[in-house]
Design a protein around this ligand. Structure first.
Ligand code: IPD
Ligand code: CA
Ligand code: CA
Ligand code: CA
Length: 267
């Protein structure tokens, strides 16, 4: 087994193990702490999932670096990612969609991206409630469970179902996302706010959504989904149309065909 495949296999195993722990603790949502505000929360289960993942990685790959939301949330994750251009690292969201988790909306995931010398080489997104597993290794295509996946083929923005989300800092009136939703309203077919960015990217990869945009995501929200979407034939840029990197603050993802019209409407 080559290194990329071995790491992907480990990431799938760790994500499933963390998923099992989350499932077991699905009713343990009483220990909730606020981070930035009343819309930015963390539970004990986020921390348990993160501790399990960090422990598994440290034991099996002691030389690898790890960037994960709850342990590294205080530091500037964009600076950390910029500095980590050498070696192999794991970029982890122990529960992406914490608000959904707290409200028992069965739409959240464990997200694990693996970076080698500054390049994404593997990604896994796992929803432990319905057992949806998305994964990809660089150059090997993207998969949903055992099945290869591809982006949708809509070419017109009128046919596009898009998704977005609120950056934690922007949970207020007249925020950029509210203006963007307004600009797209009536132009695309519909807009969804599903609450777990890693899964949004996988939904574009699987052709369920035609596009997704979001400002101010952190590297742990995007790492795994980004590779999965690119391997499924999708396009991911900044709002200026440049290729998206983990340290970028604006993200526009699509099936590729609608990308230009999508970007125009977001400007
Ligand atoms: C959140 C989700 C959500 C996005 C938020 C993120 P978390 O991550 O990805 O979709 O809109 O901005 O913070 O906090 O649930 O891991
Ligand atoms: Ca969070
Ligand atoms: Ca997240
Ligand atoms: Ca999280």
């Amino acid at each position: 087994m080559n290194m990329k495949n071995e790491l992907l296999k480990s990431a799938i195993e760790f994500a499933k193990e963390a998923g099992q722990l989350i499932r077991k603790n699905i009713h343990q949502t009483n220990n909730i702490k606020q981070k930035l505000n009343h819309a930015d929360l963390v539970t004990e289960v986020d921390q348990l999932s993160e501790a399990l993942l960090r422990e598994r990685i440290k034991t099996m790959y002691p030389d690898h670096w790890i960037l994960s939301e709850e342990a590294n949330g205080q530091a500037n994750p964009f600076e950390i990612i910029k500095q980590k251009k050498i070696g192999i690292g794991w970029v982890i969201d122990p529960i992406d969609g914490t608000t959904n988790f707290i409200h028992r909306i069965p739409h959240f995931a464990v997200s694990i991206g693996i970076v080698k010398d500054g390049e994404l080489i593997a990604g896994v997104v796992y929803n432990p409630i319905n057992n949806d597993l998305y994964y990809a290794a660089k150059g090997k295509g993207a998969f949903y469970n055992e099945t290869p996946i591809q982006v949708s083929n809509e070419t017109e923005i009128e046919e596009a179902v898009l998704a977005t989300g609120y950056p934690s800092k922007e949970w207020k009136e007249n925020s950029t996302v509210v203006k963007q939703i307004d600009a797209l309203t009536g132009k695309c077919r519909s807009i969804r706010l599903l609450g777990a960015s890693s899964l949004d990217l996988c939904y574009v990869a699987k052709g369920l959504l035609s596009g997704f945009w979001h400002d101010e995501l952190n590297p742990w929200d995007t790492a795994a989904g980004l590779l999965i979407l690119r391997e499924a034939g999708g396009k991911v840029t900044t709002r200026c149309g440049q290729q998206f990197h983990l340290e970028d603050r604006t993200l526009v993802a699509s099936n590729g065909f609608i990308h230009d019209s999508f970007l125009k409407l977001l400007k």
